[in-house]
Write a protein that binds this ligand. Sequence first.
Ligand code: TXA
Ligand code: MG
Length: 314
Amino acid sequence: MTSRLTTTGIERAAGLLRAGELVAFPTETVYGLGADASNDRAVAAIFAAKGRPQFNPLIIHVLKAEHAASLVRVDERAALLMQRFWPGPLSLVLRRAPQAKVSLLASAGLDTLALRVPAHPLAQELLRVASVPIAAPSANRSGRVSPTTAEHVLSELDGTIAAVIDGGPCRIGIESTVLDVSSLKPLLLRPGGVSLELLEAVIGPIEVAAENPTSPRSPGMLASHYAPSLPLRLRATDVEAAEALLAFGGDAPSGARKTLWLSRRGDVDEAAANLFAMLRALDRPEFSAIAVMSIPERGLGRAINDRLKRAAER
Ligand code: TXA
Ligand code: MG
């Protein structure tokens, strides 16, 4: 059985992690499936629980930017990004330090590590009490939509993990931005909770990784990902009678069997926070498909469109 813990269960959760068990926990982006990053067997258990077809590298969560120095090489640009965006939804890919006490499996044998300092108070509390770096992918079965509530986590992983810490719905609702700053040219591997615009304002122009699932610099960026069971129809301007509609902005087409608004006022941040929960809510056999209206390609809209494109792929 998976224990459902709250604020008062942090000591217990930390103990489970230190004993090599898997604990799901809330972050400001999505729920993570955490393991002690230094424990090979615990990290292997993550892949087993998710049913991942391959070993994708995982994001390593630490309590503070100061803890990064023992794990990766931190240059001036990385230090600036950490100072500006941590704690928060930015994962930085950096060269792994030779002495880094992180399972090689967690980074899939790469000579880099993706690090992030989560802003969620329960994630911070867990990191502080466990006092180990925590490897954590999103707490969903491989290929499914990322969880933004404890219920989402339990619906897929109940019985296969030791515990979930329930912190309610995630504030941002979309995964962290993954930025590779391990070499001269910064490369955006995954759009996410920190927009490209904000990052470029701090470090200048950033190249956006090509849609190439076999590219060695962006492992894990499989074309088909985040998939609901129903087909997704993107950039919908009308709707069929049997379809569910994921609407954005004031004038949604009428006639859908069910309509949910990502954001009525056309706010991309609000839409990001609602995206995964609404995709789950509409992914039901009584609908023929989920029609999704266009989302503007600005701010978090870029990350939303990236996830929608993957969800529509099959
Ligand atoms: O918001 C998030 O990032 C959530 C929460 C739990 O922190 N985590 C998350 O993890 O989304 P996951 O495993 O679902 O996605 C990790 C992404 C993958 O696209 C993976 O390929 C990339 O980060 N990644 C991790 N380590 C990397 C590395 N060393 N080099 C390149 N990409 C890396
Ligand atoms: Mg994921």
